[in-house]
Design a protein around this ligand. Structure first.
Ligand SMILES: *Cc1c(COP(=O)(O)O)cnc(C)c1O
Length: 391
């Protein structure tokens, strides 16, 4: 058959050209070395402030060895969904370790955080329920709310008075509050104690996604919920991801045993997907003790955060108020963010430009992410380059 010209493809071409013109086209770069702060990228050795490998564990030899040994012992595939025949022993052990780590009754393992969110929220929501979620929540939470078919309202970032008004307006309906615990593109920590107080006062579910707090904040890296002293209340649905500070991949939903039993029955992205390779759980069982024993790494990370913030204080850069490893420099326009990122790359530094729809229109930024693997000299080099490029 002959290729015919297609209106559909013309639409694709036009849209791609428009994204390009708007500075919104995303370009992947092939990394030719393992994840580290000094990756080889398309032939160039860069100093990277780009990954979420906050403790520098992604290429840890003991974790890689556990992955390899796990594959030797348990094979490559799991064969089926967790609810059919794919729930292998290493995952069961990992779930116990995860629950103990975050101080909850039970945990359910997922192959990604995106999937964990798509699973947990819709499963707990019914038509007619109301969901209140922070305007700056991660895309996976926004999509999960969409999939939930409840009515939803997005409250201004961190605005507890607005959230309380919404809860009062919809008093008497089954409600859910959803928030990033550490905001992924801003780095600030949600007002967790106030969120919890409101959830209790209004008998609402409180779903907290601690993708960026786990391993970084709280005693033993147990996360931002532990740091805030939140109790293991059954209404709190605790989501954590394992591809960031834990250095591997996967995610979990932790909480009350009855709630998790409910998810096993109802969460379609849990039921209708093949369980991850069991070796992944073996790798995570090796990673978790390293995370828990990582106080020295966390201290090193905190020192780098303090160094960066002190170095930029008083400079023209608009550094957002964050005490975490995520340190955004606000630029506003897509073009300015891209130009700054490219100028840094010309000096051998990799700091990604984050643009809409990842962040709101007009708030494009450089997202500096720090790691315990960065040295004081690495941060000094970044500071020097930023001083030369100050807007
Ligand atoms: C990264 C991230 C996710 C997704 O987790 P993956 O395991 O990478 O799929 C979910 N929520 C937040 C807040 C994140 O930053």
């Amino acid at each position: 058959m002959e290729h015919s010209s297609s209106r559909l493809l013309a639409d694709v071409d036009a849209q791609l050209a428009q994204w390009q013109a708007q500075g919104l086209l995303r370009q992947r770069r092939t990394v030719q070395s393992p994840c580290s702060v000094a990756p080889q990228v398309q032939g160039q050795r860069l100093l990277a402030f780009a990954s979420n490998d906050y403790l520098g564990l992604a290429n840890h030899p003991a974790i890689a060895a556990a992955l390899a040994e796990g594959a030797q012992r348990w094979g490559a595939g799991s064969g089926a969904s967790h609810v059919v025949s794919g729930h292998l022993q290493p995952v069961a052990e990992l779930e116990e370790a995860l629950a103990a780590f975050v101080g909850r009754a039970q945990a359910l393992f997922f192959s990604s955080g995106y999937l964990a969110n798509l699973a947990a929220l819709p499963a707990l929501l019914e038509r007619g329920d109301v969901v209140f979620h922070d305007k700056l929540n991660h895309a996976s939470l926004i999509d999960a709310v969409r999939l939930g078919r409840a009515q939803d309202w997005r409250y201004p970032h961190g605005d507890m008075a607005a959230l309380e008004r919404l809860l009062q307006q919809h008093r008497g309906r089954r409600a859910m509050i959803v928030s990033d615990a550490v905001f992924s593109m801003d780095g600030d920590v949600a007002p967790l104690r106030q969120l919890y107080a409101l959830a209790c006062a209004h008998d609402a579910w409180l779903v907290l996604d601690d993708a960026h707090g786990l391993g970084v904040l709280g005693p033993g890296g147990a996360g931002s919920l532990a740091q805030a002293g939140l109790p293991p209340d059954p209404r709190i649905v605790h989501i954590g991801t394992l591809g960031k500070a834990a250095g591997v991949a996967g995610a979990f939903v932790a909480g009350d045993a009855r709630v998790l039993q409910w998810l096993v029955q109802r969460a379609r992205p849990y039921i209708f997907t093949t369980a991850s390779p069991p070796a992944l759980a073996c790798a995570l069982l090796a990673a978790l003790p390293l995370v828990q024993a990582g106080d020295a790494l966390r201290a090193q990370l905190q020192a780098r955060i303090a160094q960066l913030r002190a170095g930029l204080a008083g400079s023209p850069w608009r550094l957002l108020p964050s005490d975490t490893a995520i340190q955004p420099l606000l630029l506003g326009s897509n073009e300015a963010a891209l130009a700054a990122s490219q100028a840094l790359q010309a000096q051998g530094l990799w700091v990604p430009a984050i643009r809409p729809p990842t962040v709101p229109v007009g708030s494009a930024r450089l997202r500096i992410s720090l790691s315990a693997a960065h040295s004081a000299g690495d941060v000094a080099r970044l500071l020097q380059a930023l001083q030369g490029l100050a807007p």
